[in-house]
Write a protein that binds this ligand. Structure first.
Ligand code: DAH
Length: 339
């Protein structure tokens, strides 16, 4: 039995020396140490030995098993290193190769201008809020002091679901919703989609975007309105921009005014963009009508406020000198990728 063990040891040394891969190594492990392995077989046969022989042979068998185990581990480590070396030599990275292109999107031009305007007003202490596009005619018209026969209420101008529910024609109803919810001081900016029954052409769309502003507090005057909107115009179009206010009429403000800015393309000299006027109309504004304050449970003897509303699409058209509104809504990537 002793000779058999010595033979196994010698044979295993030879075998392990010639191993080429980890697969072969595993096969050798099974050959010697597996359940049916050579060494295991010998150990099984130990039952037939005399009591004197048993510990001697047992010790020798254990030594050989430990030896083979150790050798296998050593060889495995060497093989792993060799494999890694081969991989590192055969694989390499060509840093001059062009990368795989991914189509990265960019912000829509309307979103970009909206973000810019939001930031200007956030800087002046306004909060951005949004409201429902499906609106009650009470908020869209009645509470905003529109008379029963105001032309904007006409079926030809407005999308109705029922007599009481419609697609909002302006963001102004959020003035009322805000004042109902919140007591002064109020400083909110309300961007959002609005809808009117307009035929689509280069300057009209049945869906477009407005931005509403509302400030209500004690002692708010027309000077606050002009100061705030003048700062806004300068931030948007540059410090040299001038503003002018023309009297106008809106049912929910009194007095009301439209604001023009000097054309940012020609700085007021007159050009194609401003149709040689030198000025561009930007927004409607005014002091919140006492009736509107009353409709919202705010005492007009104690509080006053100003409001304004502008068309985002128009501002973006002028800013980017785009001459057809439809381009903003057609989702042609060749157009949108330019911003
Ligand atoms: N809602 C008006 C429109 O759609 C725009 C407007 C004008 C809003 C004056 C205002 C304002 O808040 O004070 O024509």
């Amino acid at each position: 039995m002793k000779e058999t063990l010595e033979k196994i040891k010698l044979q295993s040394i030879k075998d392990l020396e010639s191993v080429q891969s980890r697969k072969e190594l595993e096969e050798l492990r099974i050959k010697y140490l597996g359940k049916k392995g050579e060494l295991t077989q010998v150990l099984r046969g130990m039952g037939g030995l005399s009591p004197e022989e048993r510990p001697v042979i047992g010790q020798l068998a254990n030594e050989i098993r430990d030896y083979i185990n150790e050798k296998i581990e050593e060889t495995s480590y060497c093989l792993k290193r060799k494999e890694l070396e081969i991989r590192l030599n055969s694989e390499f990275i060509d840093v001059t190769m062009p990368s795989k292109r991914k189509d990265l999107g960019n912000k829509h031009p309307l979103t970009k201008v909206q973000d810019e305007i939001n930031q200007i007003f956030i800087g002046m202490g306004f909060t951005i809020v949004e409201g429902p596009e499906i609106e009650k005619s009470y908020y869209n018209f009645d509470a905003l002091n529109h008379s029963k026969y105001h032309p904007a209420r006409d079926m030809q101008d407005t999308f109705y679901f029922t007599e009481e529910i419609l697609l909002r024609t302006q963001t102004s109803p959020m003035q009322v919703r805000t004042m109902e919810r919140q007591k002064p001081p109020i400083r909110v900016l309300v961007p959002g989609k609005v809808y009117r029954r307009d035929e689509i052409d280069a300057t009209h769309s049945p869906m477009f975007h407005q931005i509403e502003g509302l400030v209500v507090d004690k002692g708010i005057t027309m000077a606050n309105l002009k100061g705030t909107l003048d700062v806004f115009a300068k931030r948007l179009y540059g410090e040299d921009t001038k503003t002018r206010f023309r009297p106008h009429h809106f049912p929910f403000t009194e007095p009301s005014a439209e604001m023009d800015c000097t054309c940012s393309a020609c700085m007021g000299a007159g050009c194609r963009v401003c149709k040689n006027e030198g000025w561009i109309e930007i927004l409607g504004s005014g002091m919140v009508h006492p009736n509107v304050l009353r409709n919202c449970g705010i005492d007009p003897e104690k509080y006053s406020g100003f409001a304004f509303g502008m068309g985002l699409d128009r501002i973006a058209l002028l800013k980017y000198e785009v001459d057809d509104l439809r381009l903003f809504f057609e989702n042609d990537k060749r157009f949108l990728a330019q911003f």
